[in-house]
Design a protein around this ligand. Sequence first.
Ligand code: FES
Length: 151
Amino acid sequence: MKRIEFLQLFGFGAAMALSGCLGSCSSKKDDPQPPATPPSGPGPSPTTVDFTLDLADPANARLNDPAFGYVYGAGGTVIVAKTTTGSYIALSAACTHQGTAVQFQAGSNNFACPTHGSQFNASGGVVNGPAASSLRAYTVTQTGTMLRIKS
Ligand code: FES
C-alpha cells in the first residue's frame, strides 16, 4: 500500500468515526426529565392544600400505572399515590431531610428519597433515615374519577 493510499484510508476512517460519535455521543442535557419528576421541585411542604385530580385525564395516567403508581400535584409539592389495595394516599413531596422530592415505591406502599435513601411509610412516617420527621399526610376523597386532596 502506498503512503497516499494509507492516508486516504486512515483519513476516511477517522472522519467516519468522528461523524459517528457526533451523531450518537451528543449531550443528553436537552433530554426531558422523567415524567414522574415534579415539574418545578417539591418546594416547601404545604400546610393547606385543596385540589383535585381527574383520573380520566391522560396527564394523571401514571397514578394508575402499576409501574409508577404516583403523580405530583399542587405544583409538585404533594405526591399522590395508589396503594397496593387500590386506595389513594397523598403526602407532602419534599423529603424532610433536605427537600428532595420523594418517589412512591409501587408494591411496598413506601416512599423513598433518591438523594440519601430515607424511606417513609404510607402514612408519611419515617421508616429509615437520615430524615427524622414525617411527611405531612393529606386526606384523599374519591368521587367517580375525581380525587380531592385536602389538608
Ligand atoms: S434529602 Fe431525602 S434523605 Fe436526604
